[in-house]
Structures are given as structure tokens and as C-alpha cells.
Write a protein that binds this ligand. Structure first.
Ligand SMILES: *[C@@H]1O[C@H](CO)[C@@H](O)[C@H](O)[C@H]1NC(C)=O
Ligand SMILES: *[C@@H]1O[C@H](CO)[C@@H](O)[C@H](O)[C@H]1NC(C)=O
Ligand SMILES: *[C@@H]1O[C@H](CO)[C@@H](O)[C@H](O)[C@H]1NC(C)=O
Ligand SMILES: *[C@@H]1O[C@H](CO)[C@@H](O)[C@H](O)[C@H]1NC(C)=O
Ligand SMILES: *[C@@H]1O[C@H](CO)[C@@H](O)[C@H](O)[C@H]1NC(C)=O
Ligand SMILES: *[C@@H]1O[C@H](CO)[C@@H](O)[C@H](O)[C@H]1NC(C)=O
Ligand SMILES: *[C@@H]1O[C@H](CO)[C@@H](O)[C@H](O)[C@H]1NC(C)=O
Ligand SMILES: *[C@@H]1O[C@H](CO)[C@@H](O)[C@H](O)[C@H]1NC(C)=O
Ligand SMILES: *[C@@H]1O[C@H](CO)[C@@H](O)[C@H](O)[C@H]1NC(C)=O
Ligand SMILES: *[C@@H]1O[C@H](CO)[C@@H](O)[C@H](O)[C@H]1NC(C)=O
Ligand SMILES: *[C@@H]1O[C@H](CO)[C@@H](O)[C@H](O)[C@H]1NC(C)=O
Ligand SMILES: *[C@@H]1O[C@H](CO)[C@@H](O)[C@H](O)[C@H]1NC(C)=O
Length: 649
């Protein structure tokens, strides 16, 4: 298909507009002291003694159990379309006790909310409250200067820490060894820097110096994963029965923002006239063009145009052909319930096919339909289920796949499932390798990176030679390879038991969440266990009873080989088995940054390298933050609780 010249022109103009849009601009201010400045928004905070009193002193009245917040009046654009802003900020803090012992602390915050949350006094530091702690609802990233050890996870009463939607910090460092006591009524300078990748905090008595010598911590974090595009920047603080004056005496900020819409209009003036003209002409011509096309074909022009655009060429079927092939989608021919619709067996031109009928109720059905055709239409790999064709007629969305006579993997591996047959170690290895090759291809092998987003045993099909083929791309979304730093898409998807812990917090599918799910699948295939034995609540995947925890415990006990499916007897190579189990654990590392890539996974499976090192204790510390269901698990692993529940119930 060829575009008309007007369409091309339109496209060109849009491209230019986009280029301008991503230019950066600066947000900058410098308060060397505070004098009732109208550029600040104060919520339960005040300006007095030329300083910000983040927990206000009400002329000597007690300031117990208070929290307050001060933010700069304009919001800062933190990110936009995968591009991230950077910033540097420097502030001088002075904290003085008002009771014998002071409390509780001050924090520099990034948040969309300019008012302090209710019930956020005391240990909550004005960041969140008991209800929102640990949830996405708190929407806050903060650098806290904590002057009170008020829960067991606090290092001491004199530390700096990074908090991400949670009062439990992701990283904390005591300042005691640096000769700084936060609560001692001295001025000290803190410098916070974000370069789009790492958030670094420097603390010093000397206001001029912020270099390697007084770096407190530097922590890799993608702020766009936790915060909306525009955020307020400022401070919050709180007191409890112990009170202190939480003062900020000066504050400068300099941020390079990815540009928003404001400057755009200025720029656009230059091209606005030609754009309007071109849009009108272009729309007219495109309209004519599409109308002429839709007369020619009988199916929906939008979808066909969309398909033509991405160069996919699976075959187009007619609805009545598929009805005939599947006996009017009769119950007898039903193969199962797939990702977003039912699957039927059919016969077409003497060949067995599987027809997926996308349910009309599926809210994003059309979107998914197009996405799936686009995605699979271009793929060709022996470990991926092949898409033969598609049909879109009378609001019916249908996909035609090659037929897999031996069904899905979940019918074979599970011990508990009496009807499932034993697979030899060689077969299991072959299956694991097949899936890993498919996934490696999706992640790194095609032009555009593709996330599978729903890897699980029932999505792995087996052909008559037990070659594994990954199917069901209903949830796959394309991501440009160039957006590597922002390789995530925005919608929670997946199956409990296979979902990486961070998914519950940021709800994002990433390359690493695919690797996690693959790790779980590997462990299943080797052990014959289901990914999670029991599901306690619908909304949180049950980590306590998960296969990952069970395995980690065996590993810690030095009995990891017990994980092997007993049906295999001892008919396997111990070294190989161990290597596969450790690789599975490595893929399920709670810290997504420490999971191996699919490339590495393949190398380990082919024996090119040895499996990555896995800590014998399941790391108690979870990056980005501890999901709610995690606390329980970690305590049990420190041995304070018995673990009978693991296999019980
Ligand atoms: C802020 O202003 C003060 C006093 O005018 C100056 O000494 C300081 O260097 C400025 N800070 C920045 C980051 O520009
Ligand atoms: C402050 O809060 C604590 C804990 O909620 C409570 O025990 C105490 O009575 C409160 N103090 C005042 C003065 O309200
Ligand atoms: C922050 O400071 C670093 C080091 O001085 C500098 O390289 C960087 O450009 C600054 N960034 C901004 C946004 O001012
Ligand atoms: C603040 O702490 C100092 C040193 O611990 C103590 O001497 C002083 O009395 C405290 N201030 C108040 C108001 O309690
Ligand atoms: C200040 O902090 C130190 C270290 O946590 C603590 O020992 C001391 O009691 C605190 N002083 C006051 C007045 O709270
Ligand atoms: C401060 O925030 C609270 C919400 O926590 C809000 O109800 C109140 O109106 C705000 N106060 C001011 C002065 O804006
Ligand atoms: C704050 O605490 C009070 C008393 O415990 C409670 O009634 C109220 O619902 C809480 N507010 C929020 C927003 O949690
Ligand atoms: C905050 O939430 C985390 C879980 O996300 C939990 O472990 C922690 O105990 C909570 N903190 C408090 C003080 O309740
Ligand atoms: C981020 O910090 C880590 C150390 O904490 C360092 O190894 C890494 O190079 C830093 N990354 C960037 C982009 O500065
Ligand atoms: C399918 O339905 C049509 C009418 O709805 C009927 O004529 C045809 O015989 C049916 N075919 C089969 C295989 O049931
Ligand atoms: C797998 O498929 C082949 C060919 O259809 C068949 O002969 C074989 O019995 C199947 N194996 C199992 C375990 O279902
Ligand atoms: C690990 O060892 C402990 C103590 O010997 C035992 O109670 C526990 O059941 C073992 N865990 C597993 C999963 O076998």
C-alpha cells in the first residue's frame, strides 16, 4: 500500500512537532532564605525566623502529633513519553528538639499531592498514613531525615533513607559515622541529584561540597514507575509526642524538564498555518482514499489498514469458512478457554486448525485483536505457535492457529494431576530450552521487543515431538527496542503465582517480569509442583506457599535436589539438574535488576556458562519495595515462625 502525498506531508509535520516537543527546558529557583514567599504552597507549615517551619511552631503552642508539608507552587514535569527529567537540589536543614527527646523527622518529597495526608503524624513523617503505607495510593518518593528509631526496621535515630510508597525504606544510611547528628540543631546541607537513572543523596556540614566524599547513597530508580508525569517538589515533616522544629533554611533547585505543552505553542506558531492547511487537505485525501478502499474490500478498512501498516500477512478467512471448519463453534470442538476467548478445533482444507474466538465482552477486545495480529503476524520461530490467519466480520474477531495435537504443558507436568504422564529429564530439558529460545527471540530477536506478559504452563503448547511452543500473545504489547530504558507497559496483567513481586507495586510488565514468570515455569517443569499451592486472598499472590519460596528453602537447607520430580527417580544428570534449579531461582530473584537476561539463561542452558550466583537466603530485601505480602515471608525465613504451612493446607 502506498500513502498519498498529502498523508506523507501530514506525517512529516507530525514528526517535526514531536521532535520539538521532546526538547528540554529548565525549572529553576533559589531561596537563600525564606520571607513569606508566595511561590510556595504551605499546608500545616509556616515561614518563621527566615526558615521554612515544616512542622509549624504556633507561637509556643505544643506541636504534638502534627504533620506539615511545603511544596513549590509549580509542578515539575518528571517524565514524558518515556523520557525522563533530571534535577539537582540543595537545601540546608536545621532540626532542634522541643522536648527532651526530639521527633520525628523531615523528608524531601516528590509527589502529585500538595496537601499532607490525614493521620500522617508521628512515624509517618507526613508522607502517608497507615492505610496508604505500602500501596500505590501514597504516590510518594521521599528522602527522609529520620530522627527517631520508631520501628524495628529503622537503623537508628539519625539516618537518611529513600522511601518509595512505603514507610519502610528501600535503602538507609546512618549519619552518625559522618559526624552529623540530625537533631543537634546544627545547619547541614543535603544535596539530592537525579540523573534519570540513579537518585543520589549527599550530606555535608560544608554547604559547598557535594561530591563522592559525602555521598550517602546512590540508588537506581525509575521514578516514572511510581510517580505521575507532573509532581510537586517540597518537604514534609512530622512530630509525635516528641516534638522538634523541622526547619529548612535555604533551598535551591534546578531541573531539566522534558518539555510539556507550554512552549509548544510558541514553536507551533511557525508551523501552525501550514499544519492546519495540510491537515485539512490530508484528512480530505485520506478520507477519499479510505472510502475507495472500503468499497473494494468487504471487511473493516481500519483494521486492514492497520495490518497493512505493519506488514503482517497472515491469511484472511471468511467467517462462514471458519463456522464450517468448526461445526458452527460447537461445544464438541471446544479445546479450551484461552487468554481472551474460547478456542475451537477445526478442519480446513484437510488440515487441523485451532480457532480462537475473541469474546465480544472482552473490553479491549478490538485492541487486543489488532495487537495480536500485528505481533504474531510478523513472528516466525519454531518455538512459537504459528498464526495462520484471522477474520473480522460482523463484530466477530477470530484468530486461526496451527493445531497442537498434544495440548498444553500443564497437562503433563503436575504430579498431583493423576492423569498426567511422566516426562523424562531429557524431555523436560528440551521443553525448557524451547521456551527459553522463544522468549529470547521475543525479547531480543525481533525488530521490536515483545513482552509475553502471561507465561505459564497452560500457554505452552506441545507438538507431537514434545517441542514446546509458546502461545497466546493476547496480552503482548509491542515496545520499541529504542525505549530500552523505559521498557515497560502500563497495565496489570498476568497470572497469580507467576507474577513478580514488583508487579503488585508498579503494575508493570517488563522484560524482568517475563523472566520471573519463566523462572517459575522452569521450576514447575522440573519439580512437577504447581506455582502456588494455595491462594489466600484474590488480590495478593500467595508468596508464602509459592514454589519459589519452597525451593529457596530447600536450597538454604542444602537439599535442593529434593525438588526434582520424584517420578523421574534418579534418571537424570545431577549437575544439570542443579544448574537448572539454580537458574530458576536466579530468574525468580526478588530484585528484578539481579535476574538474568534471557540471553544469559540460554547460555546457562546450553552449558556455555554456569548459573548465576544465588544467595542461599532468599533476599529479605526486595527492590523496588517490599510488596505487602512479602513481610510475612521474610519473617518466616528468619526462622522465627515455623514453616509447616508451606506444605500443609
Ligand atoms: C543561591 O543563591 C545564593 C545567594 O544568592 C548563592 O550563594 C547560591 O550559590 C545560589 N545557589 C545556586 C544553586 O544557584
Ligand atoms: C499523639 O498520638 C499518640 C499516638 O497516636 C497518642 O498516644 C497521644 O495521646 C497523642 N498525643 C496528643 C497530645 O494528642
Ligand atoms: C546536576 O549536577 C551535575 C553535576 O554538577 C551536572 O552534571 C548536571 O548537569 C546537573 N543537572 C541539572 C539538571 O542541573
Ligand atoms: C533538647 O535536648 C537537649 C540535649 O539532649 C536537652 O538538654 C534539652 O533540654 C532539650 N530541650 C528541651 C526543650 O527539652
Ligand atoms: C538526637 O539523636 C541521637 C541519636 O539518635 C540521640 O541519641 C539523642 O537522644 C537525640 N537527642 C534528642 C534531643 O532527641
Ligand atoms: C491542608 O491539607 C488538608 C488535607 O490534609 C486540607 O483539608 C486543608 O484544607 C489544607 N490546608 C490548607 C491551608 O490548604
Ligand atoms: C484518621 O484517624 C481517625 C481516627 O483514628 C479516623 O476516624 C479517620 O478515618 C482517619 N482518616 C483517614 C483518612 O485515614
Ligand atoms: C508499611 O508497609 C509495609 C509493607 O509494605 C510493612 O511491612 C510495614 O510494617 C508497614 N509499616 C508500618 C509502620 O505499619
Ligand atoms: C548508579 O549507582 C551505582 C552504584 O550505586 C553505580 O554503579 C552506577 O554506575 C550508577 N549509574 C549511573 C547511571 O550513574
Ligand atoms: C451451522 O448453522 C447453519 C445455520 O445456522 C446450518 O445451516 C448448518 O447446517 C450448521 N452447520 C453445522 C455443521 O452444524
Ligand atoms: C502426542 O501426539 C501424538 C501425535 O498426535 C500422539 O501419537 C501421542 O499419543 C501424543 N502423546 C500424548 C502423550 O498425548
Ligand atoms: C529445612 O530444614 C528445616 C530444619 O531442618 C526443616 O524444618 C524444613 O522442613 C526444611 N524445609 C524444607 C522445605 O524441606
Amino acid at each position: 500500500m502506498k500513502y498519498s502525498p498529502a498523508c506523507k506531508l501530514l506525517f512529516l509535520i507530525l514528526t517535526i512537532t514531536c521532535k520539538i516537543e521532546t526538547q528540554v527546558k529548565c525549572m529553576k529557583f533559589n531561596f537563600s532564605k525564606f520571607n513569606g514567599d508566595s511561590n510556595l504552597y504551605l499546608n500545616y507549615s509556616d515561614i518563621a525566623f527566615e526558615a521554612l517551619q515544616v512542622t509549624p511552631e504556633a507561637r509556643g503552642a505544643p506541636i504534638t502529633n502534627l504533620s506539615g508539608r511545603t511544596v513549590y507552587k509549580d509542578r515539575f514535569r518528571l517524565w514524558r513519553k518515556g523520557k525522563k527529567s533530571t534535577f539537582n537540589t540543595t537545601f540546608v536543614i536545621n532540626i532542634k528538639n522541643q522536648t527532651e527527646f526530639g521527633g520525628e523527622g523531615l523528608a524531601f518529597v516528590l509527589t502529585p499531592e500538595k496537601n499532607v495526608p490525614q493521620n500522617s503524624s508521628g512515624m509517618w513523617l507526613g508522607l502517608m498514613n497507615e492505610r496508604t503505607n505500602g500501596t500505590r495510593e501514597s504516590r510518594i518518593v521521599a528522602v527522609e531525615f529520620d530522627t527517631r528509631k520508631n520501628h524495628p526496621d529503622d537503623l537508628d535515630g539519625n539516618h537518611v533513607a529513600l522511601n518509595v510508597n512505603n514507610i519502610n525504606s528501600v535503602v538507609q544510611e546512618s549519619l552518625s559515622s559522618r559526624g552529623i547528628t540530625i537533631n543537634s540543631s546544627i545547619d547541614f546541607t543535603a544535596h539530592v541529584r537525579y540523573d534519570g537513572k540513579n537518585l543520589s543523596v549527599y550530606v555535608s556540614r560544608n554547604p559547598e561540597v557535594h561530591d563522592q566524599r559525602n555521598l550517602v547513597f546512590s540508588w537506581p530508580i525509575d521514578l516514572s514507575a511510581y510517580l505521575p508525569e507532573n509532581v510537586y517538589i517540597g518537604f514534609t515533616a512530622s512530630t509525635s509526642d516528641f516534638t522538634q522544629l523541622n526547619c529548612v533554611k535555604s533551598w535551591s533547585f534546578e531541573g531539566l524538564e522534558v518539555d510539556g505543552d507550554r512552549n509548544i505553542w510558541l514553536w507551533s506558531l511557525w508551523i501552525i498555518t501550514p499544519t492546519v492547511c495540510a491537515v485539512v487537505i490530508g484528512a480530505f485525501l485520506c478520507g477519499l482514499y479510505l472510502r475507495s478502499r472500503s468499497k473494494a474490500g468487504e471487511t473493516n478498512p481500519d483494521i486492514e489498514a492497520e495490518l497493512d501498516n505493519c506488514g503482517a500477512h497472515p491469511q484472511k478467512f471468511k467467517l462462514r469458512e471458519l463456522k464450517r471448519a468448526t461445526g458452527n463453534f460447537s461445544g464438541e470442538n471446544k479445546l479450551g478457554q484461552g487468554g481472551f476467548g474460547m478456542v475451537f478445533k477445526g478442519k480446513w482444507e484437510g488440515r487441523d486448525i485451532a480457532v480462537k474466538r475473541v469474546s465480544e465482552k472482552s473490553r479491549q477486545g478490538k485492541q487486543e485483536f489488532i495487537s495480536e495480529i500485528k505481533t504474531i503476524g510478523n513472528l516466525n520461530h519454531r518455538n512459537l505457535v504459528k498464526l495462520l490467519g484471522w477474520c473480522y466480520e460482523r463484530k466477530e474477531f477470530l484468530l486461526v492457529y496451527e493445531y497442537m495435537p498434544n495440548g498444553s504443558l500443564d497437562r503433563y507436568v503436575f504430579v498431583e494431576d493423576k492423569s498426567s504422564s511422566n516426562l523424562k529429564w531429557e524431555t523436560r530439558k528440551h521443553i525448557i530450552r524451547g521456551i527459553s529460545q522463544a522468549l529470547e527471540y521475543l525479547h531480543n530477536g525481533c525488530e521490536k521487543r515483545i513482552l509475553h506478559r502471561d507465561i505459564k504452563a497452560s500457554n505452552v503448547m506441545l507438538d507431537s515431538d514434545f517441542n514446546a511452543k509458546l502461545g497466546d500473545f493476547g496480552l503482548a504489547r509491542m515496545i520499541q527496542q529504542s525505549e530500552m530504558t523505559h521498557h515497560s507497559t502500563n497495565e496489570i496483567a498476568g497470572t497469580p503465582g507467576y507474577m513478580a513481586p514488583e508487579t503488585f507495586l508498579n503494575g508493570r510488565a517488563t522484560v524482568e517480569t517475563d523472566v520471573y514468570a519463566f523462572g517459575v515455569l522452569m521450576l514447575e517443569v522440573v519439580s512437577g509442583k504447581k506455582p502456588s499451592y494455595v491462594l489466600v486472598k484474590e488480590n495478593e499472590s500467595n508468596y508464602k506457599n509459592s514454589i519459589v519460596n519452597w525451593l529457596w528453602e530447600l536450597y538454604r537447607n542444602g537439599t535442593i535436589m529434593d525438588a526434582a520430580d520424584p517420578r523421574m527417580g534418579s534418571l537424570f544428570d545431577e549437575e544439570e539438574m542443579k544448574s537448572v534449579l539454580l537458574l530458576g531461582l536466579a530468574c525468580c530473584h526478588p530484585n528484578p535488576n539481579l535476574r538474568p537476561s534471557m540471553k544469559t539463561v540460554l547460555k546457562v542452558l546450553t552449558g556455555e556458562t554456569s548459573p548465576p550466583n544465588v544467595p542461599t537466603e532468599r533476599p529479605a530485601f526486595v527492590w523496588p519495595v517490599m510488596p505487602p505480602s512479602f513481610g510475612v515471608v521474610d519473617y518466616s525465613l528468619t526462622g522465627s515462625q515455623d514453616i509447616t504451612e508451606l506444605t500443609g493446607r
